[in-house]
Design a protein around this ligand. Structure first.
Ligand code: UGB
Length: 622
C-alpha cells in the first residue's frame, strides 16, 4: 500500500528544495504520493527548471497532473528509470564534448564467420539444418520507425514488396514464417514446439496502423495469438550538457520526446516477459529483422543453420561490403586490457579506427575486391538462453550514444534538443569474451534489398552504389527469383536496363512465388523439371504449394493459383501479350503513392491464368 502524500512530502525534505523549486512546492497538494515521489526524482536530478513557469494551485491542475503522468511513463519505460537516463546522458554528453573516441584503446581485426554461396553444397547443408531448427525459432520485427528518409505517408510494412501481386511486406513476412513453420514441423513429426511466434515492435507512429493492417487481413493467415505487438516509448529530449530535460515547445506541461531507436527491442522483450515465455516453451532462437527487406527470408534458413551448427550465441547476417561503402562493418575489437567484442562499427568510424591502429591505408578492399570487414544488414539471430541470461543482468539496457548538433566549437549549446539513442546491433557490446559471436555472409542479391530512400535521394546515389529505394527493392525480388530459378535449371533470359525515377536498374522477368511454394532451395529444385524457359518480358506468379513446372516455355504472363491440396503440373508453350511495365513520374500526384515512389506500374494486358480451388491432380498445358 502506498504511503500518504504527507509521508511522501516528508521524504522529499521540502525545506531543501524551497528555494530551488518554489513553484512546484506550492502545488504539491495537487498530487498523489506517487507523483510526489516522481517530483523528488526530478528535483534530485537537477530538473527544477521544469517548474519555473508553473502558476498557483487551482490553475491548470489537470495539466500539472498530466505532466506527472508523462513523467511516470518516461520513468517506467526506461531500465533504471529517469534518474538513470539523466545520469547516463550527462556522462555521454561530457564524453561527446571532450571528443572522446568510444573505440580508444581497441584494435580492430576481422572476426571469424561463415561465407556462403547460394546453391553450393555447404549452403544447402546449412539450409537444411536451419529448416530443422526453425520450429524452435521466434521472429522479432522492428517496425517502430517512421521511415522519414523514404517519405512515405503510410507505415512501411504496408508497402507492396512487388507490384506484380501487390503483396505487402507484412503479408510476405508472415507467409514466410508460416511456410517455415510448415516445413519444419513436418520434419519434426509432432515433436517440440509448433506455432512460430512473431513479435512486432511498434511505436506511437506505427502501432495503430500496424494493428489495423493485421486485423483487416485476418493476420494474413497467422493465429492472432501467435502475434504480439510491443510498443516502444519515446525518450525525453535534453536541452544542454547538464542533461536538463527539454520542455515541449507546444505545451509547457510536457517534456519534449523523440524516438530512442531500435535498440529498445531488447528491453521490451525482457520486460514484457516474452523471452522467458519463449524459453519455457522450448524455443531456442530469436531472429530479428527490419521492416522493408523483401529478400531476407531467402537467406534466413541457411543463416539459422549456421547459428545451430556453429553454436553461435549471436549471428549477424552480413553482405560483402566495398571499402568505404556507407554500411557498418562487422569487426572484432580487442582492448589492451583484454576485453574483446565482435560488433558493428559504423562506416564513418571504421576508417579512422583502422588508420589510428597502424593500417595506414584505412578501410580498403582486399584481394577479393571487397573490404575484409563484412557489411552489417542488421538481421540478427540470438540464442535465447544466453540472451535472456545477459538481459537479466542488464535489465535489457543497451549501450547508448548521443549525437548533439552543437551551435559552435565551444560545444556548450545545442542547435536543437538532443536525446539518447540505441541500436539493436549494439547488444554484443556488453557480452563477455567467452560469448560466441559470429556472422554469416551471403550475396547481396540474395539477402538484402531494403526500401529506405525516396526517389529524389535515390537518383542522387553515385553510379554503382545501391539505391535502396522502392524501385530497386522491387527489381531485386525479380532478380533474385530469376537467379534462383536459373540455378535450379530454368533457362532465364538476361535482364534489360531501364530507368525509373532517375534510377537505372536491371529488369529481369517478373517471377514471384508464395513462400510456401519454395522457402528453401531444395524445395524449389524438387518442383522444377526439365526444359523450362522464361523470356525477359515475361511474368510468372506461382500462388500455391504443389505446382510443378516441366517443359514450360513462357513468353508472356502466366498466373497459377492453387489450394494446398491441388497438385498442378504446368508446361507447354505459353505465349501472350503479357504484362508490361509503364513509367510513372514520382511527381505525378494523380498516381497512388505506392506506385509513384517506385516510378512504374504494371499493365496487365493478357495472361494465361489457372485457378484450382478443389483437391485433385491437374495439368495446365495450353
Ligand atoms: N526502428 C524502430 O523499430 N524503432 C526506432 O526507434 C527506429 C527504427 P532504419 P537505420 O539496413 O542498412 C540500420 O531507420 O537505423 C526500426 C542499422 O542501424 O531503417 O538508419 C525501423 O522501423 C545500420 O547499421 O535504419 O540503420 C526499421 O525496421 C544498417 O544496418 C529498423 O528499425 C542499416 O539499418 C531500421 O531503421 C541498414
Amino acid at each position: 500500500m502506498a504511503g500518504s502524500t504527507a509521508d511522501a512530502l516528508s521524504e522529499l525534505k521540502i525545506d531543501d528544495w524551497a528555494s530551488a523549486a518554489p513553484n512546484l512546492l506550492k502545488n504539491l497538494s495537487v498530487f498523489s504520493p506517487e507523483q510526489v515521489k516522481l517530483a523528488k526524482i526530478l528535483l534530485e536530478a537537477n530538473q527544477t527548471h521544469l517548474f519555473e513557469h508553473w502558476p498557483e494551485p487551482g490553475v491548470d491542475d489537470d495539466e500539472k497532473r498530466a505532466f506527472f503522468d508523462q513523467i511516470d511513463r518516461l520513468n517506467g519505460s526506461y531500465p533504471g528509470g529517469l534518474a538513470s537516463y539523466i545520469k547516463t546522458a550527462r556522462e555521454l554528453l561530457a564524453d561527446s564534448k571532450a571528443g572522446k573516441n568510444p573505440y580508444d584503446g581497441f584494435t580492430p581485426s576481422v572476426p571469424s564467420g561463415e561465407t556462403l554461396t547460394f546453391g553450393e553444397d555447404n549452403f544447402i547443408q546449412f539450409e537444411e539444418a536451419g529448416i530443422r531448427e526453425a520450429r524452435k525459432a521466434a521472429f522479432v520485427l522492428v517496425a517502430g520507425g517512421l521511415g522519414e528518409r523514404l517519405g512515405y505517408n503510410g507505415i512501411k510494412v504496408a508497402l507492396p514488396v512487388e507490384t506484380t501481386t501487390g503483396t505487402c511486406f507484412l503479408q510476405h513476412y508472415i507467409e514466410s514464417i508460416l511456410a517455415l513453420q510448415d516445413v519444419s514441423c513436418k520434419l519434426a513429426q509432432g515433436e517440440g514446439p509448433t506455432d512460430i511466434p512473431l513479435a512486432i515492435m511498434t511505436s506511437d507512429d506505427t502501432h495503430s496502423r500496424t494493428l489495423d493492417l493485421l486485423e483487416k487481413n485476418a493476420y494474413f493467415g497467422m493465429k492472432p495469438s501467435q502475434v504480439k505487438l510491443l510498443k516502444q516509448e519515446k525518450v525525453a529530449c535534453l536541452d544542454d550538457n547538464d542533461a536538463r530535460l527539454a520542455v515541449d515547445p507546444h505545451n509547457k506541461y510536457r517534456i519534449q520526446t523523440k524516438p530512442h531507436g531500435h535498440g529498445d527491442v531488447h528491453s521490451l522483450l525482457y520486460s514484457s516477459g516474452l523471452l522467458k515465455e519463449w524459453l519455457a516453451a522450448g524455443r531456442k532462437w530469436a531472429l530479428f529483422f527490419q521492416d522493408t527487406n523483401g529478400l531476407l527470408f531467402k537467406a534466413i534458413p541457411a543463416a539459422l543453420g549456421v547459428s545451430a551448427i556453429k553454436e553461435y550465441h549471436v549471428n549477424s547476417l552480413a553482405v560483402p561490403r566495398k571499402a568505404k561503402e556507407a554500411i557498418g562493418g562487422i569487426t572484432k575489437l580487442s582492448h589492451k586490457d583484454g576485453r574483446t567484442m565482435v560488433i558493428n562499427v559504423e562506416y564513418n568510424q571504421l576508417d579512422p579506427l583502422l588508420r589510428a591502429t597502424g593500417h595506414s591505408e584505412g578501410d580498403v578492399n582486399c584481394e577479393t575486391g571487397f573490404s575484409p570487414f563484412p557489411g552489417n544488414i542488421n538481421q540478427l539471430i540470438f540464442e535465447i538462453g544466453p540472451y535472456l541470461e545477459e538481459l537479466t543482468k542488464t535489465g535489457g539496457a543497451i549501450k547508448e550514444f548521443v549525437n548533439p548538433k552543437y551551435k559552435d566549437a565551444s560545444k556548450t549549446a545545442f542547435k536543437s534538443s538532443t536525446r539518447l539513442e540505441c541500436m539493436m546491433q549494439d547488444y554484443p557490446k556488453t557480452l563477455p569474451p567467452s560469448a560466441r559471436v559470429g556472422f554469416t555472409v551471403m550475396d547481396t542479391w540474395l539477402a538484402y534489398a531494403p526500401v529506405k530512400n525516396n526517389p529524389e535521394d535515390a537518383a542522387k546515389v553515385p553510379k554503382g552504389n545501391p539505391y535502396h529505394s522502392a524501385t530497386s527493392g522491387e527489381m531485386a525480388i525479380y532478380r533474385a527469383n530469376s537467379l534462383i530459378l536459373r540455378k535450379a535449371g530454368v533457362k532465364i533470359d538476361d535482364p534489360i536496363q531501364q530507368v525509373y525515377n532517375g534510377q537505372e536498374v536491371d529488369v529481369w522477368p517478373r517471377i514471384v512465388w508464395k513462400p510456401k511454394w519454395g522457402i528453401a532451395f531444395s524445395d524449389i529444385k524438387r518442383k522444377i523439371g526439365e526444359n523450362c524457359s522464361v523470356t525477359q518480358r515475361s511474368t510468372m506468379a506461382i500462388k500455391g504449394q504443389n505446382i510443378h513446372l516441366e517443359n514450360l516455355a513462357l513468353d508472356g504472363a502466366l498466373i497459377v493459383n492453387a489450394v494446398d491440396s491441388a497438385e498442378v503440373k504446368v508446361g507447354g508453350s505459353v505465349h501472350n501479350a503479357g504484362w508490361t511495365i509503364e513509367n510513372v513520374d514520382y511527381k505525378d500526384t494523380s498516381a497512388p503513392e505506392e506506385l509513384r515512389i517506385r516510378g512504374f506500374k504494371i499493365n496487365k494486358l493478357e495472361q494465361l491464368e489457372g485457378t484450382y480451388d478443389e483437391p485433385g491432380k491437374y495439368t495446365l498445358n495450353p
